[in-house]
Design a protein around this ligand. Structure first.
Ligand SMILES: Nc1ncnc2c1ncn2[C@@H]1O[C@H](COP(=O)(O)OP(=O)(O)OP(=O)(O)O)[C@@H](O)[C@H]1O
Length: 253
């Protein structure tokens, strides 16, 4: 791969490798469906996992999986061409999610969360069909800390996301190997490599959730004063002092 000696790519790969080790994300014999949307995060995830796979002491397989939700104008052929050009095993799946969303979504409810829920179902079925025991998603460090803040500020709970989660069906494990990788590194990598980024073409495409956008801005503003804020926040998620919280389920008072 042309970028494999690039220092930015090596940093992303090192952090991904650390997450894989810390959370035991990949094991011998795994067959992993990597969700590839055509966005910067999942392209980066796929390239990093492939680079790690080539050097890994254990054997595992990757299958890139793309789901077309049926939004007119979604340029899935761009994704397919990239996957083909780089020799990735892949599956392109078309669905009628758009139609289902238009018919079933309750007025005022979130477009993105409905769409993501339908996509998750398709991902699980595809993983079954392709013989994959794991599903890798491209969520990165900023997604984790923004979710932490969103939950604290708007929901009143102390939670982010899990880097490794057993699916409810008991058959699959969802992994998020980019948990330690900052979004800016992904943006820079995607730009440097001219990854063919496309958008999902849904009616709210590009309109980032306003609350999440606010959290992103908050972190960016604070980072001007506290340069290591992102590292500190992700570190905090792995350094919980349950005795210094108020949750009666965690300790007796
Ligand atoms: N259409 C799709 N087909 C396959 N996988 C998808 C698709 N959409 C999303 N995913 C997977 O779910 C993850 C989170 O989706 P989300 O919509 O939050 O995208 P994102 O954070 O913008 O990431 P990306 O830059 O990869 O699109 C993606 O990184 C990807 O792994």
């Amino acid at each position: 791969m042309p970028y494999s000696d690039d220092s930015l790519f090596r940093r992303i790969r090192k952090l991904t490798g650390k997450a894989i080790g810390d959370f035991n994300l990949i094991e011998e014999g795994d067959r992993i469906a990597v969700g590839v949307s055509g966005g910067k995060d999942s392209y980066t995830l796929l390239h990093v996992l492939e680079s790690l796979r080539r050097k890994a002491p254990i054997r595992y397989e990757l299958v890139a999986v793309n789901i077309d939700a049926g939004y007119p104008g979604y340029r899935k052929e761009v994704v397919a061409e990239h996957l083909r050009a780089h020799g990735f095993a892949h599956r392109m799946e078309s669905t009628n999610s758009y139609q289902v969303i238009e018919e079933k979504r309750r007025p005022g409810s979130s477009y993105c969360s409905f769409c993501a829920r339908l996509r998750r179902g398709v991902l699980y079925s595809l993983a079954d069909e392709l013989g994959c025991n794991k599903i890798a998603l491209g969520h990165h460090l900023d997604d984790f800390i923004e979710t932490l803040l969103l939950n604290q500020f708007y929901v009143g709970t102390l939670a982010a996301m899990s880097p490794k989660l057993a699916a409810d069906n008991g058959r699959h494990t969802v992994i998020r190997p980019l948990v330690y990788v900052e979004e800016q590194d992904i943006i820079n990598f995607a730009r440097a490599q001219a990854l063919p980024v496309i958008c999902c073409a849904c009616p709210v495409c590009g309109v980032v959730d306003q609350k999440r956008k606010r959290m992103k801005r908050l972190v960016r503003e604070l980072a001007a004063e506290i340069p290591h804020i992102r590292r500190s926040m992700i570190g905090a998620l792995g350094n919980v002092h349950a005795g210094h919280l108020l949750d009666k389920a965690l300790q007796e008072f």
